[in-house]
Ligand binder design. Structure first.
Ligand code: FRU
Length: 486
């Protein structure tokens, strides 16, 4: 173990003892101590899932990046593994940024972005490095790193915005698609290799991705090719926010991705970024995202709780007619403790749902909106505090508003500029289908068949976690169920 890895592990142990658990989710993965951002190296190898993550063990804010690590037999019970990577070689002395894994028979490979302290153009450069492990726990970095260095970049691509390699097996060889900033802005570049060691530039895989793109994923799904990517500086009102995670469905031709759809939002909540997918042994495509985004400040940091960062639930992806559907993985539903179906009800005015209250809950319902104009669901409710979900039939807009829900996600505690997120979500046969997960400080909402998903954090000051519903007109709540989750 290198000195930097040892130091990182010791810092984690020391900081773990000082964590305040008030806002720690119980069935979502969260950082043991310190800071977490993107999921990394997500995949299944030798009978176990592995999930790494961007990790700063020394403080609950972003800093020189390490890779933290969990493993587990299923997607919900995870074991913490030792810190996997630390910035400790010349090619990654300033950080081990995001990357992906490749499972081979006896070896688990990871490819990640090494940020070096070299600053030829005035900024630290980013290149792609490899490490491997025989036991899935201890990783050895390759001495020939970087394997995809800046010399392979095409003209016009910057060496300081070149990151987040996604590796895939392709026929007899391998392909890496990595994010890059070119003269026209964000693009994805493709590289090929037969042996993982010698790489060549293949071409632009996808272009026109805002000012810069991050964390690309590309995979086959239901006979199509899907690309998921974070687009910085996208100015499109049909997308979630200024740094949206988008997906496109299409096909590959001559080494490039040809979308047959426009970019669509993967998640419409306040807090979702840098998702990765992995193939389960049974063929399911599972997605996990970082439940935050740049620019938000975690109250768990400002309150001095010693941790910041969590992941979404694992989601099963499918694709039909160019639309991506996400639903909670079946392993999530296996974590239900108590609860079940509740009687249908008519809602006119306001009604509390004590059976649905609690800090760790799953709530599912179908709302017949044919005689209602508006349906509202209040979560995390105590007195004046609430997280408000609202559906407005006239505009077909679903919104999630955390303005009245405890600590705002701002540096100085002043109210957020945009506490309310909105998404167009047409009813199906006059019905609104809602599947909601509440877990202490995170809420995930799946609408319809999972074509619209929202991930939102909220830090209520009070602790009742009450639930109420409200309708303008008459809403019939059918197929209602509620479970305690942890
Ligand atoms: C995305 C990102 C990546 C980068 C990593 C650094 O959230 O900015 O592009 O590799 O985070 O922590």
């Amino acid at each position: 173990m290198t000195e930097q890895l040892q130091k990182a592990q010791q810092a984690l142990e020391a900081n773990r003892a000082r964590i305040d658990h008030t806002y720690k989710p119980r069935y979502h993965l969260s950082v043991p101590a310190g800071w977490l951002n993107d999921p990394n190296g997500f995949g299944f190898w030798k009978g176990k899932w592995h999930l790494f993550y961007q990790f700063h063990p020394y403080d609950s804010v972003w800093g020189p990046m390490h890779w933290g690590h969990w493993s587990g037999e299923n997607l919900m019970q995870w074991r913490e593994e030792p810190v996997a990577l630390a910035p400790d070689t010349p090619s990654d002395a300033a950080g081990c940024f995001s990357g992906t894994a490749l499972a081979a028979d006896d070896t688990l490979y990871v490819i990640y972005t090494g940020v070096s302290e070299e600053t030829p153009g005035g900024r630290q450069i980013q290149q792609q490095c490899m490490a491997e492990s025989q036991d899935g726990i201890r990783f050895t970095k390759w001495t020939e790193n970087p394997v995809i260095g800046r010399a392979l970049l095409p003209e016009g691509a910057c060496a300081w915005d070149f990151r987040d390699p996604k590796i895939e097996r392709m026929g007899d060889g391998y392909r890496v698609v990595a994010a890059s900033r070119g003269e026209q802005g964000g693009q994805l570049l493709s590289f090929r290799s037969e042996d993982l060691r010698t790489w060549r530039y293949e071409g632009v895989y996808a272009g026109s991705l805002g000012e810069m793109s991050e964390c690309p994923d590309t995979f086959e799904l239901d006979d199509k090719r899907v690309v998921i990517v974070c687009v910085m500086g996208a100015k499109d009102e049909h997308l979630p926010n200024s740094q949206p995670v988008v997906y496109m469905v299409g096909e590959e031709r001559d080494g490039a991705f040809l979308p047959d759809t426009v970019m669509k939002g993967v998640d419409w909540g306040h807090d979702f970024y840098a998702p990765q997918t992995a193939l389960a042994p049974d063929g399911r495509r599972i997605l996990i995202g970082w439940a935050l985004g740049w620019g938000q400040v975690q109250p768990t940091h400002t309150l001095g709780h010693g941790w910041a960062g969590m992941m979404t639930l694992p989601r099963e992806c499918s694709q039909r007619d160019g639309v991506l559907y996400q639903k909670p993985a079946k392993e999530v539903l296996e974590c239900r403790r108590t609860g079940g179906a509740l009687p249908s009800m008519e809602v006119q005015g306001r009604r509390t749902l004590p059976e649905c209250a609690g800090a760790c809950r799953e709530i599912e319902m179908t709302v017949d909106m044919r005689q209602a104009k508006r349906f509202t669901m209040n979560l995390m409710e105590t007195g004046e505090e609430r997280f408000v979900l609202n559906y407005d039939k006239a505009t077909e807009v679903f919104s999630a508003d955390r303005a009245a829900c405890g600590y705002p996600l701002t540096e100085d505690g002043t109210p957020e500029k945009d506490p309310c997120v909105k998404v167009k979500a047409p009813l199906k046969a006059g019905k609104l289908k809602l599947h909601v997960f509440v877990d202490v400080s995170i809420i995930e909402i799946y609408l319809g068949d999972g074509e619209t998903v929202l991930t939102c954090l909220a830090y209520p000051k009070a602790k009742d976690y009450g639930v109420s519903v409200q309708a303008e007109g008459l809403a019939r709540v059918e197929a209602l169920s509620s479970y305690a989750m942890a």
